[in-house]
Design a protein around this ligand. Structure first.
Ligand code: BYC
Length: 468
């Protein structure tokens, strides 16, 4: 279906032909804009930002660049085109036609999946709302705002599903998306990592690398869903998600590059006095963001995950490329966990280990970026690495256990004594905070981060990405 850009809500789902749904979404829209103005970026709402807007779903249309004031961004509803004769690829309904309407028996489970996914999107905008005050360059400022508006669009994607398929409860859930707030003691966001404040740009780059990457993997497994509208909306969201991955990977790479440059120039590992961020500090930030992101996958053994899979609601990463029965009858998975003072392994039904399965693919993807960052550190004798999966966990089998980044299980006291070497210290945070001075001259960059190798959409690095 072609994109309709003429109404208040751009869409390719034929909203004009469904007046009830259109009116319901038009009632939600001003609440969303009000939320955006109140809890979206706390600065530069009235400035022109060089943003990418999806105006169509094809090759040409989905990446339309131009200056826009953020509150005027055209948040729309875009689903990838339907695949003709798509069938469900896994679980007990494998081989049956994908559902175009909500299957009644799975209503509660699907609602939960859509709500959890939707809740993360505005949460991340709230977490990042003050970062515009301290951006290291106009280039970075624009990338932040691009991600923010797209997280807003991803909220729209989930809210559309709620309004279109879940009736009254869906409308209530859509309202609740704007009522829970990141870090709010009374009405927090649903998942842990989305209540952690993103205080500085180092945290932000690591958040976009590690936490947005959970988004990539969760969306990829929801794209497999037998509920076709969910599958198609996640497929389109993944296109936008690629830019978020890029901001994280290249952001951390530029920090590491600058650190290595300062280390060489001053022949020391301690670059803090020269306005850089030490590798040890980077490692502690990395340990934090990676471990809280692992928690987002839920428990290693989860009956929720097994039920979602068997029902055909949420598949595995790259489901089609797996060489098995796509039902997991009788299959088992070895899952690690603490065992009598060390780390052991237990075999559990593969169906219940699907959160772990997805997390394993995620870890492999995370490791690729770390290897790339380490290339910049070659010759310095230092390197970054992913901590053990049991380190600093609050969800799953490792919760309540005290595992070091090397995978050693310690008594609580010994762990607490070691923690300042593993997690960001007050000193790290205050040094990083001291570096967060805004740089708003086109083409200039803060001293703790290298310039990118190229600009956005073939514009030069010194382009005025935000008009001040
Ligand atoms: N925090 O059976 P279990 C993104 C709860 S990120 C708090 O092990 P399940 C983005 C769980 O709710 C992607 N609670 O978990 C990134 C359950 O509670 P109930 C977001 C947690 O259900 C950056 C209980 O513990 N998308 O898009 O198998 C910027 C037992 O849990 C947590 C999704 O997550 C936690 N971390 O798996 C912007 C996809 N973990 O029901 C955006 C949709 C678990 O017993 N969500 N609990 O009260 C899901 O697939 C699943 O809900 C989860 C949890 C993977 C999150």
């Amino acid at each position: 279906m072609a994109v309709d850009f003429t109404g208040r809500i751009p869409n390719n789902v034929g909203l004009a032909d469904d007046q009830r749904l259109l009116r319901a979404l038009e009632r939600w829209q001003p609440r969303f804009v009000e939320w955006w103005r109140e809890l979206g970026p706390s600065v530069f709402q009235a400035n022109d930002v060089y943003l990418r807007t999806a105006v169509d779903i094809g090759q040409e249309g989905w990446a339309h660049f131009g200056y826009v004031k953020m509150p005027d961004y055209r948040w729309g509803i875009f689903l990838s085109p339907p695949l003709p004769d798509r069938v469900i690829g896994f679980g007990e309904h494998r081989g049956q036609p994908a559902w175009q309407d909500l299957p009644g028996e799975y209503r509660a489970d699907l609602r939960r999946l859509v709500v959890v996914q939707g809740d993360t999107e505005p949460a991340s905008v709230e977490q990042q709302r003050h970062l515009g005050r301290t951006a290291p360059s106009l280039y970075d400022l624009r990338n932040l705002f691009q991600i923010n508006v797209e997280e807003g669009r991803h909220l729209w994607a989930m809210v559309y599903l709620l309004h279109a398929h879940f009736g009254r409860d869906g409308r209530d859930e859509a309202d609740a998306m704007l009522e829970r707030h990141s870090g709010d003691p009374d009405r927090p966001r649903i998942l842990g990592a989305f209540n952690e404040p993103t205080t500085d740009w180092l945290s932000y780059f690591l958040f976009t690398y590690f936490t947005d990457r959970d988004g990539k993997f969760q969306l990829a497994s929801l794209r497999e869903s037998g509920f076709d509208p969910l599958s198609r909306t996640c497929d389109f969201m993944l296109k936008e998600e690629a830019h978020h991955m890029f901001v994280g990977a290249s952001g951390v790479a530029r920090v590491v590059e600058r650190t290595a440059e300062l280390m060489r120039a001053h022949d020391t590992d301690d670059v803090a006095p020269y306005g850089g961020i030490n590798v040890a500090t980077l490692q502690r930030y990395l340990n934090f963001h990676y471990s809280v992101s692992l928690d987002l996958f839920g428990g290693e053994a989860s009956t929720n995950a097994a039920n979602y899979y068997t029902a055909g609601l949420k598949g595995r990463y790259n489901e089609a490329s797996r060489e098995d029965d796509h039902r997991l009858d009788g299959a088992t998975t070895a899952v690690p966990g603490p065992e009598g003072g060390s780390i052991g392994e237990t075999h559990v039904p593969a169906l219940t280990a699907l959160n772990f399965d997805l997390r394993r693919d995620y870890t492999a993807d995370c490791a690729k970026g770390v290897a790339r960052w380490n290339r910049a550190l070659a010759g310095t004798g230092l390197e970054l690495r992913l901590p053990h999966e049991g380190f600093n966990r609050r969800v799953g089998v490792f919760a309540g256990h005290h595992v070091t980044p090397d995978g050693v299980v310690l008594p609580p006291d010994a762990w607490a004594a070691g923690a300042p070497a593993w997690l960001p210290t007050d000193e790290d945070r205050s040094h990083v905070a001291s570096l967060m001075q805004p740089v708003y001259e086109p083409g200039r960059f803060a001293g703790w981060v290298a310039a990118p190798s190229a600009g956005i959409n073939a514009r030069p690095v010194e382009f005025a990405y935000v008009e001040l």
